[in-house]
Design a protein around this ligand. Structure first.
Ligand code: SAM
Length: 292
């Protein structure tokens, strides 16, 4: 059997004080925004950023040191898969957000039992969504996914169409269907994410009513839905505010996430000419917003 190699960038932070290191981490994080890593693993002296393609990794290797003026050292490496994602996430537990439980396959049976034993406050048992951890984002263990999952439950999705921009593992597409959406389109420009989303649809009964598309959402201007979810990054939301507003059908809703509290005012300002904030939710340093 051949072992798959993941293109990765080992990033070592060189500042000597923790204040300087935090500042450099913020800069690297902002620069990575545009460079599309598929996953970031923290290590003592720095980060290991994984990329879908060697070309993406090499672009990041060239761009990052310039963006942070010599405060990091980078090494382009190939990491043997050895089932990295599954091993590093094998301790993951199920996560409950209101009427939704997101569980890895090895917790699915337990989660279903818990769901039937503990109905949500509405009196109906929560829906269990099974997500196989992978290099793609979206196991439900990041606050930004939970914030979207929570906001989706404030909307009445019955019979509505949903567009999940940056679907990753497909988790929010599955959440939307579980909450009654009639038809969901999930878009991601990372082929590995679409592959893992397909695997997750299979784990959840085939994903009828969910259509997955590979591509950059900014190039798919014909996409339109009653509800659009966009768990991206603050920078990408700001730059794509018009495209996302265009994707919302008249009278519809946009859910944004992946925004830090620090970025919130700039992100909302980018949408302000066209959309207003109905509700915001926060967890740790993250916020999610429902706009109309
Ligand atoms: N929706 C999942 C969740 O809530 O857990 C995953 C969100 S993850 C933070 C963002 C996803 O957006 C990644 O899978 C990434 O590949 C995708 N993405 C980033 N930029 C994109 C673009 N321009 N077009 C399509 N997908 C994009």
């Amino acid at each position: 059997m051949t072992t798959r190699l993941w293109p990765a960038l080992a990033i070592r932070f060189t500042p000597s004080t923790s204040t300087e290191r935090t500042a450099v981490e913020d800069l690297v994080s902002a620069a990575l925004d545009d460079l599309h890593p598929t996953a970031i693993q923290e290590r003592d002296a720095g980060w290991l950023a994984f990329f879908a393609k060697p070309e993406d990794r090499d672009r990041a290797a060239a761009a990052l040191p310039a963006a942070v003026a010599g405060s990091i050292e980078v090494d382009a490496i190939d990491v043997a898969d050895e089932d990295w994602a599954r091993r590093s996430q094998q301790d993951l537990d199920a996560v409950r957000v209101g009427r939704i439980i997101i569980a890895p396959p090895w917790r699915a049976a337990n989660a279903s039992l818990l769901a039937s034993a503990a109905p949500a406050s509405t009196g109906t048992a929560p829906s269990v969504i099974v997500i196989q951890p992978s290099m793609g984002f979206g196991t439900g263990h990041h606050a930004s996914t939970r914030l979207c999952t929570s906001l989706l439950q404030r909307l009445d999705l019955a019979g509505r169409t949903v567009l999940d921009v940056g679907t990753g593992s497909g988790v929010l597409a599955l959440v939307a269907r579980a909450l009654g959406a009639r038809a969901v389109v999930g878009v991601d420009d990372d082929p590995d994410a679409i592959e893992s989303a397909r695997e997750n649809l299979d784990l959840n009964g085939g994903g009828a009513g969910i259509d997955l598309r590979l591509g950059d959402f900014r190039a798919l201007s014909t996409l339109r839905a009653d509800v659009v979810t966009a768990n991206l990054t603050g920078g990408l939301l700001i730059r794509s505010a018009d495209t996302l507003a265009d994707a919302v059908a008249p009278g519809g809703a946009l859910i944004i996430s992946g925004v830090t509290l620090e970025e919130e005012s700039l992100v909302l300002a980018a949408f302000a000419p066209r959309m207003t904030l109905v509700e915001r939710v926060t967890e740790d340093e993250w916020m999610g917003g429902w706009l109309r």
